[in-house]
Design a protein around this ligand. Structure first.
Ligand SMILES: Nc1ncnc2c1ncn2[C@@H]1O[C@H](COP(=O)(O)OP(=O)(O)OP(=O)(O)O)[C@@H](O)[C@H]1O
Ligand SMILES: [Mg+2]
Length: 262
Protein backbone atom coordinates (compact mmCIF):
# COMPACT_ATOMS: atom_id res chain seq x y z
CA UNK A 1 0.00 0.00 0.00
CA UNK A 2 2.73 2.42 0.97
CA UNK A 3 5.04 1.40 -1.86
CA UNK A 4 5.99 4.10 -4.31
CA UNK A 5 3.44 4.58 -7.01
CA UNK A 6 5.48 7.09 -8.96
CA UNK A 7 4.43 7.24 -12.61
CA UNK A 8 8.07 7.77 -13.43
CA UNK A 9 10.86 6.98 -11.02
CA UNK A 10 12.77 9.88 -9.56
CA UNK A 11 15.97 8.08 -10.61
CA UNK A 12 14.90 8.19 -14.26
CA UNK A 13 13.86 11.78 -13.90
CA UNK A 14 17.17 12.68 -12.29
CA UNK A 15 19.09 10.94 -15.07
CA UNK A 16 17.20 13.00 -17.61
CA UNK A 17 18.00 16.16 -15.70
CA UNK A 18 21.68 15.32 -15.92
CA UNK A 19 21.70 16.37 -19.54
CA UNK A 20 21.34 19.91 -18.24
CA UNK A 21 24.14 22.23 -17.16
CA UNK A 22 23.31 21.37 -13.60
CA UNK A 23 25.53 18.31 -13.62
CA UNK A 24 28.42 19.03 -11.33
CA UNK A 25 30.20 15.69 -11.72
CA UNK A 26 30.34 12.27 -10.13
CA UNK A 27 30.03 12.00 -6.40
CA UNK A 28 33.29 12.31 -4.56
CA UNK A 29 33.32 9.27 -2.27
CA UNK A 30 36.41 10.67 -0.60
CA UNK A 31 34.18 13.30 0.95
CA UNK A 32 32.67 10.54 3.06
CA UNK A 33 29.16 11.86 2.41
CA UNK A 34 27.76 8.95 0.43
CA UNK A 35 24.45 9.06 2.32
CA UNK A 36 23.86 12.76 1.85
CA UNK A 37 20.84 13.16 -0.44
CA UNK A 38 20.49 16.95 -0.37
CA UNK A 39 22.96 19.63 0.53
CA UNK A 40 22.89 23.43 0.78
CA UNK A 41 26.31 24.91 0.15
CA UNK A 42 26.90 28.50 1.15
CA UNK A 43 23.47 29.87 0.27
CA UNK A 44 22.91 33.64 0.24
CA UNK A 45 19.48 35.09 -0.44
CA UNK A 46 18.67 38.78 -0.29
CA UNK A 47 15.27 40.45 -0.32
CA UNK A 48 16.25 44.05 -0.93
CA UNK A 49 18.74 44.74 1.85
CA UNK A 50 17.46 41.90 4.04
CA UNK A 51 19.74 38.86 4.08
CA UNK A 52 17.23 36.01 4.47
CA UNK A 53 20.09 33.51 4.06
CA UNK A 54 23.74 34.28 4.84
CA UNK A 55 26.14 31.50 3.87
CA UNK A 56 23.66 28.83 4.98
CA UNK A 57 25.07 25.31 4.66
CA UNK A 58 23.36 22.06 5.57
CA UNK A 59 23.75 18.39 4.62
CA UNK A 60 20.68 16.14 4.81
CA UNK A 61 21.15 12.39 5.06
CA UNK A 62 18.97 9.95 3.15
CA UNK A 63 16.28 8.50 5.40
CA UNK A 64 16.63 10.99 8.24
CA UNK A 65 13.96 13.24 9.69
CA UNK A 66 15.44 16.70 10.16
CA UNK A 67 13.77 19.49 12.14
CA UNK A 68 14.72 23.08 11.36
CA UNK A 69 13.97 25.45 14.24
CA UNK A 70 14.71 29.12 14.87
CA UNK A 71 13.15 32.48 15.61
CA UNK A 72 10.61 34.04 13.28
CA UNK A 73 12.44 35.65 10.38
CA UNK A 74 15.61 33.57 10.84
CA UNK A 75 15.35 32.16 7.30
CA UNK A 76 13.77 28.72 7.80
CA UNK A 77 11.16 28.97 5.06
CA UNK A 78 13.63 30.62 2.70
CA UNK A 79 16.07 27.74 3.23
CA UNK A 80 13.35 25.13 2.75
CA UNK A 81 12.21 26.80 -0.48
CA UNK A 82 15.78 26.89 -1.79
CA UNK A 83 16.32 23.20 -0.93
CA UNK A 84 13.06 22.32 -2.68
CA UNK A 85 13.80 24.37 -5.81
CA UNK A 86 10.81 26.66 -5.24
CA UNK A 87 13.13 29.68 -5.26
CA UNK A 88 16.80 29.99 -6.17
CA UNK A 89 19.51 31.42 -3.92
CA UNK A 90 21.51 34.46 -5.07
CA UNK A 91 24.73 32.50 -4.52
CA UNK A 92 25.59 28.96 -3.49
CA UNK A 93 24.54 25.49 -4.62
CA UNK A 94 21.76 23.06 -3.71
CA UNK A 95 23.09 19.60 -4.48
CA UNK A 96 20.72 16.66 -4.94
CA UNK A 97 22.60 13.36 -4.88
CA UNK A 98 21.03 10.26 -6.33
CA UNK A 99 22.67 7.09 -7.61
CA UNK A 100 26.17 8.45 -7.60
CA UNK A 101 25.45 11.64 -9.48
CA UNK A 102 24.95 15.21 -8.36
CA UNK A 103 22.54 17.80 -9.66
CA UNK A 104 22.67 21.48 -8.71
CA UNK A 105 18.98 22.21 -8.22
CA UNK A 106 19.70 25.94 -8.02
CA UNK A 107 21.22 25.88 -11.52
CA UNK A 108 18.19 24.27 -13.19
CA UNK A 109 15.79 26.45 -15.13
CA UNK A 110 12.22 26.94 -13.87
CA UNK A 111 10.78 24.20 -16.09
CA UNK A 112 13.30 21.64 -14.85
CA UNK A 113 12.85 22.68 -11.23
CA UNK A 114 9.11 22.37 -11.66
CA UNK A 115 9.52 18.80 -12.89
CA UNK A 116 11.86 18.01 -10.03
CA UNK A 117 9.37 19.37 -7.48
CA UNK A 118 6.59 17.34 -9.04
CA UNK A 119 8.47 14.05 -9.31
CA UNK A 120 11.14 13.93 -6.60
CA UNK A 121 9.80 16.16 -3.83
CA UNK A 122 6.63 16.29 -1.75
CA UNK A 123 5.29 19.26 0.21
CA UNK A 124 3.17 19.64 3.33
CA UNK A 125 2.49 23.20 4.47
CA UNK A 126 0.68 24.68 7.44
CA UNK A 127 -2.52 25.25 5.53
CA UNK A 128 -2.01 22.14 3.44
CA UNK A 129 -2.54 24.10 0.22
CA UNK A 130 -5.38 21.78 -0.59
CA UNK A 131 -7.97 22.78 -3.15
CA UNK A 132 -11.23 23.36 -1.24
CA UNK A 133 -13.48 22.77 -4.25
CA UNK A 134 -12.09 19.24 -4.73
CA UNK A 135 -12.72 16.14 -2.65
CA UNK A 136 -10.05 14.47 -0.53
CA UNK A 137 -9.59 11.84 -3.25
CA UNK A 138 -9.31 14.42 -6.03
CA UNK A 139 -6.81 16.51 -4.04
CA UNK A 140 -4.48 13.51 -3.81
CA UNK A 141 -5.11 12.16 -7.32
CA UNK A 142 -4.36 15.51 -8.93
CA UNK A 143 -0.68 15.19 -7.96
CA UNK A 144 -0.46 12.08 -10.16
CA UNK A 145 -2.63 13.48 -12.94
CA UNK A 146 -0.27 16.48 -13.21
CA UNK A 147 2.43 13.92 -13.99
CA UNK A 148 0.31 12.42 -16.78
CA UNK A 149 -1.40 9.50 -15.06
CA UNK A 150 -4.99 8.84 -16.23
CA UNK A 151 -7.71 9.78 -13.72
CA UNK A 152 -8.89 6.24 -12.91
CA UNK A 153 -5.41 4.98 -12.12
CA UNK A 154 -4.57 8.15 -10.19
CA UNK A 155 -7.70 7.83 -8.08
CA UNK A 156 -6.88 4.20 -7.37
CA UNK A 157 -3.45 5.11 -6.01
CA UNK A 158 -4.91 8.09 -4.14
CA UNK A 159 -7.51 5.90 -2.45
CA UNK A 160 -4.74 3.55 -1.31
CA UNK A 161 -2.81 6.40 0.28
CA UNK A 162 -5.87 7.86 1.98
CA UNK A 163 -6.63 4.45 3.45
CA UNK A 164 -3.01 4.07 4.60
CA UNK A 165 -3.37 7.38 6.45
CA UNK A 166 -6.58 6.33 8.15
CA UNK A 167 -8.95 8.20 5.84
CA UNK A 168 -10.87 5.34 4.20
CA UNK A 169 -14.48 6.47 3.92
CA UNK A 170 -13.53 10.15 3.67
CA UNK A 171 -12.62 10.08 -0.04
CA UNK A 172 -15.64 12.07 -1.22
CA UNK A 173 -15.56 14.77 1.47
CA UNK A 174 -14.54 18.24 0.42
CA UNK A 175 -11.67 19.75 2.42
CA UNK A 176 -13.98 22.05 4.39
CA UNK A 177 -15.87 18.97 5.60
CA UNK A 178 -12.73 17.54 7.28
CA UNK A 179 -11.12 18.33 10.62
CA UNK A 180 -7.74 20.10 10.64
CA UNK A 181 -5.91 16.87 11.36
CA UNK A 182 -7.79 14.97 8.64
CA UNK A 183 -7.03 17.73 6.13
CA UNK A 184 -3.33 17.57 7.03
CA UNK A 185 -3.39 13.80 6.45
CA UNK A 186 -4.85 14.46 3.00
CA UNK A 187 -1.96 16.88 2.42
CA UNK A 188 0.48 14.18 3.57
CA UNK A 189 -1.12 11.65 1.20
CA UNK A 190 -0.74 14.13 -1.65
CA UNK A 191 2.92 14.73 -0.75
CA UNK A 192 3.63 10.97 -0.81
CA UNK A 193 1.58 9.68 -3.69
CA UNK A 194 4.09 10.43 -6.44
CA UNK A 195 6.82 8.51 -4.62
CA UNK A 196 8.74 11.60 -3.52
CA UNK A 197 12.21 10.84 -2.17
CA UNK A 198 12.31 13.99 -0.03
CA UNK A 199 9.25 15.45 1.72
CA UNK A 200 9.38 19.08 2.92
CA UNK A 201 7.00 20.25 5.61
CA UNK A 202 6.75 23.90 6.76
CA UNK A 203 4.91 24.16 10.08
CA UNK A 204 2.78 21.11 9.23
CA UNK A 205 1.19 21.14 12.66
CA UNK A 206 1.14 24.91 13.20
CA UNK A 207 -2.65 25.14 13.11
CA UNK A 208 -3.35 21.99 15.16
CA UNK A 209 -3.87 21.21 18.85
CA UNK A 210 -1.19 19.11 20.53
CA UNK A 211 -3.05 15.77 20.31
CA UNK A 212 -3.86 16.21 16.60
CA UNK A 213 -0.35 17.52 16.02
CA UNK A 214 1.07 14.30 17.45
CA UNK A 215 -1.21 12.19 15.21
CA UNK A 216 -0.17 14.17 12.14
CA UNK A 217 3.51 13.68 13.04
CA UNK A 218 2.85 9.93 13.42
CA UNK A 219 1.40 9.89 9.91
CA UNK A 220 4.15 12.07 8.48
CA UNK A 221 7.01 10.03 9.97
CA UNK A 222 5.42 6.67 9.17
CA UNK A 223 4.88 7.59 5.54
CA UNK A 224 8.34 9.14 5.03
CA UNK A 225 11.26 7.83 7.07
CA UNK A 226 9.21 4.72 7.82
CA UNK A 227 9.41 4.00 4.08
CA UNK A 228 13.06 5.02 3.68
CA UNK A 229 12.24 8.51 2.45
CA UNK A 230 13.74 11.71 3.83
CA UNK A 231 11.76 14.32 5.81
CA UNK A 232 12.67 17.97 6.38
CA UNK A 233 10.35 19.76 8.83
CA UNK A 234 10.36 23.45 9.75
CA UNK A 235 8.69 23.87 13.14
CA UNK A 236 8.39 26.17 16.16
CA UNK A 237 7.08 23.25 18.22
CA UNK A 238 9.70 21.56 20.42
CA UNK A 239 7.51 18.44 20.70
CA UNK A 240 7.37 18.10 16.92
CA UNK A 241 11.13 18.65 16.64
CA UNK A 242 11.79 16.05 19.35
CA UNK A 243 10.08 13.42 17.16
CA UNK A 244 12.73 13.95 14.47
CA UNK A 245 16.09 12.22 14.35
CA UNK A 246 18.02 15.51 14.20
CA UNK A 247 17.40 19.17 14.99
CA UNK A 248 19.24 22.16 13.53
CA UNK A 249 18.73 25.76 14.58
CA UNK A 250 18.80 28.80 12.32
CA UNK A 251 19.85 32.27 13.33
CA UNK A 252 20.18 35.31 11.08
CA UNK A 253 20.08 33.20 7.93
CA UNK A 254 22.67 30.69 9.07
CA UNK A 255 22.57 27.14 10.41
CA UNK A 256 23.86 26.88 13.95
CA UNK A 257 25.72 23.74 15.08
CA UNK A 258 23.36 20.75 15.11
CA UNK A 259 22.46 18.43 17.94
CA UNK A 260 21.00 14.97 18.16
CA UNK A 261 17.41 14.86 19.36
CA UNK A 262 16.94 13.27 22.78
N1 LIG B 1 9.25 37.26 -0.50
C1 LIG B 1 9.89 38.03 0.40
N2 LIG B 1 10.06 39.34 0.19
C2 LIG B 1 10.72 40.12 1.07
N3 LIG B 1 11.28 39.66 2.22
C3 LIG B 1 11.14 38.35 2.49
C4 LIG B 1 10.44 37.47 1.61
N4 LIG B 1 10.47 36.23 2.13
C5 LIG B 1 11.14 36.34 3.30
N5 LIG B 1 11.55 37.60 3.50
C6 LIG B 1 12.34 38.08 4.66
O1 LIG B 1 13.44 37.20 4.82
C7 LIG B 1 13.66 36.90 6.20
C8 LIG B 1 13.53 35.39 6.41
O2 LIG B 1 12.17 35.01 6.17
P1 LIG B 1 11.65 33.52 6.34
O3 LIG B 1 10.27 33.48 5.81
O4 LIG B 1 12.63 32.59 5.71
O5 LIG B 1 11.69 33.34 7.92
P2 LIG B 1 11.17 32.13 8.82
O6 LIG B 1 12.34 31.70 9.66
O7 LIG B 1 10.52 31.11 8.00
O8 LIG B 1 10.12 32.87 9.77
P3 LIG B 1 8.72 32.32 10.39
O9 LIG B 1 9.11 31.45 11.54
O10 LIG B 1 8.06 33.59 10.85
O11 LIG B 1 7.97 31.61 9.32
C9 LIG B 1 12.65 37.75 6.96
O12 LIG B 1 13.28 38.94 7.37
C10 LIG B 1 11.56 38.01 5.95
O13 LIG B 1 10.90 39.23 6.23
MG1 LIG C 1 8.51 30.44 7.83
Amino acid sequence: MLASSAPRSSARMTRSLLAADARVGPRDEAEGMSNVILEARGLDKFYGRTAALAAASLAITEGESLAIMGASGSGKTTLLHCLAGIITPDTGQVILRTRGTETDVAALDERERSRLRREAFGFVFQQGLLIPELTALENVAIALMLGGMPRAAAEGHAAGWLAALGLAGFEDRRIGQLSGGQAQRVAIARAQVTGASVVFADEPTGALDSHTSSEVMDALLHSTTGQGRTLVVVTHDADVAARCSRIVHMRDGRIQPSEVAA
